[in-house]
Design a protein around this ligand. Structure first.
Ligand SMILES: C[S@@+](CC[C@H](N)C(=O)[O-])C[C@H]1O[C@@H](n2cnc3c(N)ncnc32)[C@H](O)[C@@H]1O
Length: 518
């Protein structure tokens, strides 16, 4: 069972489908030559709107044709890449307990059906399963285009059937007839919950958690994914509190049900995972370069919860630990000729945890779930407050022959100077010898050297590059508060079906649309 990988290298079938995606996007939404020429600029503008100028973002921002094209050609494919990798890592399997009975998947804030597209592309065994998708969004046009793209994609594989897709135009808190075996909400939480330290956040997050729980079947699971930026992780942590309060338990990534030690509050660490973008198709990388939004890595925060959750017991004398950050070199204690050690931020029932390993190649892949034995009196890292967990590397994942995502390239040269500068004084030595590292997301007072193109991401290089902002642009994330929703979820009425077909279903696929109201 252990260690568990959350971000496996994408498979050839998934990558081939992504490479061919433009053909299906063209089928759904043909683009004139001039639009194509303007696309990089439109992508850039939408990226700014979704990040720096978020306050100006209209509720119906995707009704603008240029913005919609930009979303379909850039944000949709990158989101499919991220979700596809994660869905595989989580082994999402709606209906897996009784495959012949089928299952219902509800996708809230579906946009152009990003999550169903990602599931279809990354989990091929699901294509022949009786899955009913209920896709909810207040913007109908992206949903229709997404359905056309999905149908076009499925045409070459015998059609969309037995999948059934129903489009529901309505708010995210619409009360639906269906209950979800799998409830997905991808990149929409930041448009529903407001940001920051606002005192209303816990109450709003709790109300949303209660609503999400009410949409699940007794054995259903939910999967909420957000861009891997601090404000989104902060919302995720607030939602997590609400989900726990309403009786749901973690499947991933949390290895415990205690308070989240990476909630992104203030300048604290935030729970997010980076993995390589290297495997993304050439056309998408080229378009990203043209839009001046190139990327080597992608990032996300997420929660997967269900009523039962996962077994959180570890073997006798051990704890479950989730590796979170990338590897970084722990600065050597000043004036001591100690061997180099490598660190990684992680999460455990004891809170923020700093893994300390003797070799870089032993540092677990971000997202790995480990069992580890704590020393009797673990040292506390002075800067981050993390408990230091020395490891021999025995619990590190060693997938045979497969290069793990996120550790493919050599890391930049160690940055002991930057680490040393980050604190007011030379770092105190902890039990296993490291000088103070910088916690993920901590504001550095010292500047680390920039990462070379192609080099692996480290905490220092992320901070040096202000990568959080770049990642926000990638995902259409909000870096400033989104328009506030009403404090409580509005009262709910069941959504009414219109029974009319939506978009062009595949030759054998079934699709319908209806309006949902809150
Ligand atoms: C950034 S897009 C994400 C789309 C898609 N899930 C993805 O991952 O690419 C956010 C979507 O949430 C929808 N949305 C935001 N707030 C909503 C609300 N209160 N009710 C319904 N839809 C909402 C928007 O219309 C938009 O399509």
């Amino acid at each position: 069972m252990f260690p568990e990988q959350l971000f496996p290298r994408p498979g050839g079938d998934f990558l081939a489908l992504l490479a061919a995606l433009p053909r299906h996007l063209d089928a759904a939404m043909p683009m004139r030559k001039q639009h194509r020429r303007e696309l990089p600029g439109d992508i850039r503008r939408l990226s700014h709107l979704l990040t720096d100028e978020r306050g100006d973002l209209r509720r119906d921002y995707l009704s603008d044709p240029a913005a919609l094209s930009a979303y379909m050609r850039y944000f949709l494919p990158w989101n499919i890449y991220r979700l596809g990798v994660l869905f595989n890592g989580l082994a999402l399997d709606p209906g897996g307990d009784a495959p012949e009975a089928g299952a219902t998947v509800i996708d809230l804030g579906t946009g152009p059906l990003t999550a169903p597209l990602a599931l279809w592309m990354s989990r091929p065994h699901l294509r022949k399963r009786q899955l009913t998708f209920v896709c909810v969004d207040r913007a109908p046009k992206p949903m229709r285009l997404g359905l056309d793209a999905l149908s076009s994609l499925a045409e070459g594989h015998g059609g969309l059937a037995p999948w059934k897709v129903t489009l529901v135009k309505g708010p995210l808190d619409a009360r639906l007839r269906e209950k979800a075996d799998l409830l997905i909400m991808a990149n929409a939480l930041n448009e529903v919950l407001h940001r920051g330290e606002d005192q209303d956040l816990p109450e709003n997050a709790d109300a949303l958690a209660q609503h999400l729980r009410s949409m699940l079947t007794p054995t259903g699971a939910l999967c909420v994914v957000e861009p891997g930026v601090r404000p989104s992780a902060h919302l995720i942590a607030a939602l997590r509190r609400g989900l726990l309060h309403h009786g749901l338990k973690p499947l991933a990534p949390c290895p415990h049900t205690g308070p989240c030690p990476m909630s992104g509050r203030g300048y604290t660490a935030w729970c997010h995972f980076n993995f390589e973008a290297e495997a993304a198709p050439a056309w998408l990388k080229k378009l990203s370069d043209e839009a001046r939004l190139p990327k080597d890595n992608v990032s996300l925060s997420f929660l997967q919860f269900s009523a039962k959750g996962r077994k959180l017991d570890a073997a006798e004398g051990k704890s479950l630990v989730r590796a979170v950050s990338g590897p970084f070199e722990l600065p050597a204690p000043e004036g001591v000729d100690a061997p180099r050690r490598f660190g990684q931020y992680a999460c455990s029932e004891r809170g923020l945890t700093l893994l300390s390993l003797p070799r870089k190649h032993l540092v677990p892949q971000p997202g790995a779930l480990l069992e580890a034995a704590w020393p009797e009196e673990p040292a506390t890292d002075a800067k981050s407050g993390a408990l230091v967990l020395p490891m021999s590397g025995d619990a590190s994942p060693r997938p045979s022959g497969q290069r793990p995502m996120g550790q493919a390239q050599p890391s930049p040269k160690p940055t002991p100077k930057a680490g040393a500068k980050a604190g007011p004084k030379a770092a105190p030595r902890s039990a296993n010898g490291p000088r103070r590292p910088t916690a993920p997301g901590k504001t550095p007072q010292g500047k680390a050297p920039a990462r070379q193109k192609g080099q692996a991401l480290t905490v220092e290089s992320m901070l040096a590059e202000g990568l959080a902002d770049e990642l926000a642009q990638d995902l259409g994330a909000a870096a400033t508060p989104a328009p506030r929703p009403s404090k409580r979820l509005p009262s709910q009425r069941p959504a009414k079906p219109t029974g009319k077909p939506a978009g062009k279903p595949g030759p054998k696929g079934a699709a319908g649309k209806r309006k949902g109201k809150a």
